[in-house]
Design a protein around this ligand. Structure first.
Ligand code: SAM
Length: 320
């Protein structure tokens, strides 16, 4: 039977989990939970390992800043991870005591069912505490964590009421995270999510990680390779580069937005000692290919904030 396009999109999560575990095993990342989500580990090539490291550590930095700013202001905050897949961030944040008041994760039921099973393993269970299962095992509800099954294409009608039923509070500072997710959706479907969040959450941040530049020679090969595996990237048709992504957020009601490609993250936003450390982990012969790949992925983060009396804002993170 031919896989539906939704099956193919769901399958991209297996790829992300394999890459995360490969980067952990090679020493790039420290994440004891990555193995919970992979049945057959596979070593990825050094370019992919380096990319996974950079993406994860840059997103970690932005998330930590949001957490630190709101913690220093004594404000409880929440995180909503859209298309969370097998992301381990909640477990890692909880281990380091940085977790928000509530961490929500949303993905298709097929993906969340597997995640809920993995989270029942002892090392995760210990952190999660008592968690009630729901929706035939596709959901989990704990004090500071909530795993919901649903389709982001029906965000407002179906998912927002379910989020609110489980403690999502529009008035609380909220960080939305969509790591390699929106690009698989039709631009109009993803835009509805961006518009809803900027309209209804007065203090919010939104971070996305996406491929970009599909039209140059390298980009065309990248898109063709994915197509060969049945993966389409409809989001790229309307938002092909980081400038378009930045403008997208501003047009959809966000007050500010910044974008960087992963090549810039590597050169300008990664500490020199970290670069020296990862350079020693494995031999990276294909430096030029690495640069090209890094220029074809980027991070965009946007913020909305009710400006305080002194004109300052608190939710505007930056990469150090
Ligand atoms: N964010 C995770 C990470 O970086 O490890 C997973 C990324 S994976 C490439 C994309 C995820 O988005 C998949 O788990 C997929 O099921 C989810 N996704 C894509 N479109 C979705 C939709 N319309 N509704 C719910 N989940 C969706």
């Amino acid at each position: 039977m031919r896989a539906s396009s939704d099956d193919v999109v769901r399958g991209t999560n297996d790829d992300a989990s394999l890459s995360r575990l490969s980067a952990v095993t090679a020493g790039y990342l420290d994440d004891t939970f990555a193995k919970l989500f992979v049945r057959r580990p596979m070593r990825r090539n050094p370019i992919i390992n380096r990319g996974t490291y950079l993406r994860t550590s840059a997103l970690d930095k932005l998330v930590s800043q949001f957490a630190a700013v709101h913690a220093s202001l004594g404000r409880p905050w929440q995180l909503v991870s859209l298309g969370a897949g097998s992301d381990t961030r909640y477990l890692l944040m909880k281990t380091s005591g940085q977790q928000p008041r509530k961490y929500f994760e949303i993905d298709f039921a097929e993906v969340t069912t597997r995640k809920a099973m993995a989270l029942s393993k002892p090392s995760a269970q210990k952190l999660l505490g008592t968690a009630q299962p729901g929706k035939g095992g596709a959901e989990l509800y704990a004090d500071d964590y909530c795993l919901l099954a649903g389709d982001l294409r029906h965000f407002e009608q179906e998912l927002v009421p379910r989020l609110e039923q489980h403690g999502f509070d529009r008035e609380q500072p909220t960080l939305f995270l969509a790591e390699c997710v929106l690009v698989y959706m039709l631009p109009q479907d993803a835009d509805r999510v961006l518009r809803w969040t900027s309209t209804h959450c007065p203090t919010a941040g939104f971070i996305i990680y996406e491929p970009c530049q599909p039209d140059d020679a390298f980009g065309q090969v990248m898109v063709q390779n994915l197509r060969g595996r049945g993966v389409e990237l409809p989001g790229l048709s309307q938002y092909p580069d980081l400038l378009a992504q930045r403008t997208r957020f501003l047009n959809l009601g966000w007050h500010g937005a910044t974008a960087v490609d992963m090549d810039q993250v590597h050169d300008r936003h990664t500490a020199a000692e970290e670069l020296r450390r990862i350079a020693k982990l494995e031999l990276l012969d294909e430096l030029e290919e690495w640069r090209l790949l890094a220029q074809h992925y980027g991070i965009v983060w946007a913020w909305c904030e009710e400006t305080k009396g002194d004109g300052s804002t608190a939710s505007q993170p930056h990469l150090a």
